[in-house]
Ligand binder design. Structure first.
Ligand code: FES
Length: 105
């Protein structure tokens, strides 16, 4: 399946240690700035669908706001209970000052 890149934000709008909700290709995405690297994950927590962009990020660990489950921001792997299933991650490319997220179509 081809990957289509969608512009979702501009470089500099999301500072290190920040999360941001965006939409790309009809999907809700949580953008995160991990020490200067922009990463993208499904916004819905795999536990009970809470909005991860409303959570907190410490270095590369995103903590869900509802029950405190946590995920690795780069891999989407669960790090702490009650999160036990990984959250999907997406490719990110920087094109000029645009942050673009790749969605398979
Ligand atoms: S909804 Fe995220 S840990 Fe429960």
């Amino acid at each position: 399946m081809p990957v289509v890149y969608h512009t979702v934000a501009r470089v500099g709008e999301i500072q290190p240690g920040e999360l941001r909700y965006v939409e790309a290709g009809g999907k809700g995405i949580c953008l995160a700035n991990v020490d200067g690297e922009i990463v993208a994950l499904d916004n819905a927590c795999t536990h009970e669908q809470a909005s991860l962009s409303d959570g907190a990020i410490t270095r590369d660990r995103i903590e869900c706001p509802l029950h405190g489950g946590a995920f690795d921001a780069r891999s989407g792997e669960p790090l702490s209970y009650p999160a036990v299933f990984p959250v999907k991650t997406y490719r990110v490319e920087i094109d000029g000052d645009e942050i673009r997220v790749g969605i398979r179509t």
